[in-house]
Design a protein around this ligand. Sequence first.
Ligand code: MN
Length: 497
Amino acid sequence: MNNLMTKEVWFITGSQDLYGPETLKQVAIDSQKIAASLSKSKSISQKVIFKPVLTSPSSITRICTEANSSEKCIGLIAWMHTFSPAKMWIEGLSLLNKPLLHFHTQLNRDIPWDTIDMNFMNLNQSAHGDREFGFIGTRMRLNRKVVVGHYLDTETIERIAVWIRAAAAFNDAQGMKVARFGDNMREVAVTEGNKVSAQLKMGYSVYGYGIGDLVKEVNKVSESGIKKLLTDYASDYSITKSVAASETLKEAARIELGMESFLKKGDFKAFTTTFEDLHGMRQLPGLAVQRLMAKGYGFGAEGDWKTAATVRSMKVMAEGLKGGTSFMEDYTYHLDPKNMSVLGAHMLEICPSIAMGKPSVQVHQLSIGGKEDPARLVFKTAPANAINVSVIDLGNRFRMIVNEVEVIKCPDMPKLPVASVLWKPMPDLKTGAAAWILAGGAHHTGFSTAIKAEYLEDFAGMTGIEYVHIGREFNLSDFRKELRWNELYYHLSGGIA
Ligand code: MN
């Protein structure tokens, strides 16, 4: 995965001809300065490109349609340096299909008390110019992010940086292909969903394959490829001599190479497996899935394509940031009142990007799936703030549920042969889990120590799906009302598309 600085965000400035050429020249100079400053900022992960100042309906419509058709452009940042009558924006904004951020800023941070005159007032009008633009956004019911603050303020830049990463993930999701090996785990409800609706909203498409298609690719793997990969394992992980020399590990390497080849050939960004459909496979893919996740692939177990796509999008948002992102499952509880927490894990498939220290490769029996003992990476995760994210299909819409959690130190568990994470859900386990369950959140999640809830809120806004947040400041009774009100809102606002 290598998406950093490969895309563009266009910086557009609204004005009007009324001010005359001198003022408009200054507006352009100031906008260029802000765009260049954002582009240079270390926390901004894509190029910010200045576009000529917009003073007429036709120029606005043109830039919006250009943005739509540009492969590089992942979103627009709009700023009204002066007043820009907003009826001029209606046609362009109606056509725009890229994410929009409204940056409510000003070139000068301070009012120059001693020199301020009417010329200054005429030029620096965003305090009211941006309100006119805000009205038309609201009147048109546009999903957009509004960021307020001086363009050099670190906290303000961070709000924009988050949105740009979410826009990169949204862009990545358009046309994303998810490979689904086998179908859904039989009788499981939450991993199901309407794939046509998902494509309409999120942009990704799910491609189903029989496991035999993958087995064919696995069987083509060369012995020399396996040998080389085994040396990678030896350098990346701690590993005993007997495991290193085992047929099991050789088979795991074969599965990894076959899977990766299949995913590369088909240009897939995410995939699912299911232990109920392994015909022709000797092991449930564990190590292979873990390592492919670490390379940037999204993953969902038991046919969970929604979580697979979500994990991929989260990985795009998190690229280059400290911390990691993985497929996850709430597994078992520690209900000691002094330290109520959740042990997160899966049968095998947790991404080593969240590992603390060097993972170890181990081979153990797996009672589910009825295959040979699979190889897997075993590790723990260091204490950190993190999030769990679930996307569910409510029939008339998708809902994204985000829970802030705090990863805590985990006692030794000498007999647990899988990777695991111990966390406290916010605001506390009793409230957080009750809220999660009332919201219908799945047992599978995308888990990340690299990104915060705000990234997902921005992403959900771009897709138009419902977003609910269970954080540190939280009131369960208000949350229940929010869920009920949202039922009404999404019913009235046109359902799922
Ligand atoms: Mn599962």
